[in-house]
Design a protein around this ligand. Structure first.
Ligand SMILES: NC(=O)c1ccc[n+]([C@@H]2O[C@H](COP(=O)([O-])OP(=O)(O)OC[C@H]3O[C@@H](n4cnc5c(N)ncnc54)[C@H](OP(=O)(O)O)[C@@H]3O)[C@@H](O)[C@H]2O)c1
Length: 306
């Protein structure tokens, strides 16, 4: 039996990163087992239809994870957003979830753990709780007796065409100033990189990799969005009035300013190692096209539903 005939457990498979990892692993021929909270839900059923085994489990229920990890070769670990507006997961929950997954993977004899952390995590804390918790999980993973790879994805390209950014009104506001570059990655490529790691475990065991597919200034974002949308889209940094009201957002913007959140992945080296990595214009014309279209028409849809 080659490793690729074995089972990889994917956390968060009904979400962005886990969904992309499950798809990439299936494309490579792995058996994939997704831990889902609701196996009868629409996203879990889509996974089943794509050949993914779905098992009921919850990050807050270690016994359900232990059962899911039984006999697995690999585990992909990602935790939900924590400590932010709209999330019922606290920062301490995230640490507990991430460390429990790693502990159980080790105890269940899993051969390789891939933990998805985030850009900006580094040797010193950032001062932003939802980023720093990932540093604590990383340290825990490194201390365990299990082969592991830590990936630190850059900011997702998907965020740039979220309807909430306002691009339907011809303008994008984001964290960096118009002439500052920031790195981004397509969620699709996180899955492909995780699959590449599991395909060549000896090459990636023990590595921590910041991953990104492109680096763009605000001005370049505006240019590429304008081209893809076929209508003008301008760019500015988030307004100072908004940053003044929101302490977390202000700290995150400061991390973009000082470069930590902007990212420092070696794009040339990554593109040589992972030739599939998408630049933003290719993402807009490919996997991101539907999302862009929906964002451009989000005002119409909002008014139609009122
Ligand atoms: N946005 C960025 O630019 C960026 C960049 C780097 C890193 N990150 C990190 O990415 C992570 C989020 O990843 P994502 O965007 O892929 O998440 P997502 O799309 O929001 O999906 C979250 C997933 O977690 C599952 N989940 C939530 N609570 C659970 C629980 N108690 N037990 C089991 N599963 C649970 C959800 O399942 P259900 O279907 O049951 O809800 C869903 O599958 C965060 O940690 C964030 O900090 C984000």
């Amino acid at each position: 039996m080659t490793d690729i005939d074995k089972t990889v457990v994917v956390l968060g498979a009904t979400g962005q990163q886990g969904g992309s990892v499950a798809a990439a692993l299936r494309a490579d021929g792995w058996a994939v087992r997704a831990v889902v909270r609701d196996p009868s839900g629409h996203r879990a059923r889509s996974l089943s239809a794509a050949g993914v085994e779905t098992v009921r489990g919850d990050l807050g229920d270690p016994e359900s994870l232990r059962a899911a990890f039984s006999g697995a070769h690999g585990v992909f670990s990602v935790q939900p957003n924590s400590g932010q507006a709209g999330s019922d997961v606290t920062n301490e929950d995230e640490v507990r979830f991430g460390t429990t997954v790693a502990d159980l993977a080790e105890r269940c004899g899993v051969a390789h753990l891939v933990y998805s952390s985030t850009v900006a995590v580094g040797p010193t804390p950032t001062g932003v709780a939802h980023l720093d918790v990932k540093g604590r999980i990383e340290a825990h993973v490194r201390d365990l007796d299990i082969a592991s790879t830590i990936i630190r994805p850059a900011t997702f390209m998907e965020i740039l065409v979220d309807p909430a950014t306002g691009i339907d009104r011809g303008h994008l506001s984001f964290l960096m100033s118009p002439d500052q570059a920031m790195q981004f990655i397509a969620v699709r490529d996180i899955g492909r990189i995780a699959a590449a790691v599991l395909r060549s475990p000896d090459r990636y065991a023990g590595r921590t990799m910041e991953i990104a597919g492109d680096a763009l200034t605000g001005e370049a974002l505006a240019e590429q969005l304008t081209h893809a949308a076929g209508r003008p889209i301008s760019y500015s940094r988030l307004p100072e009035t908004l940053l003044a009201q929101d302490e977390v957002l202000r700290k995150v913007a400061a991390l973009a300013d000082d470069g930590r959140l902007a990212g420092s992945a070696n794009l040339d080296a990554l593109r040589a190692e992972f030739p599939f990595l998408l630049r933003f214009d290719r993402w807009l014309a490919g996997p991101g096209a539907g999302r862009l279209e929906r964002a451009l028409h989000s005002t119409d849809m909002g008014s139609a539903s009122r």
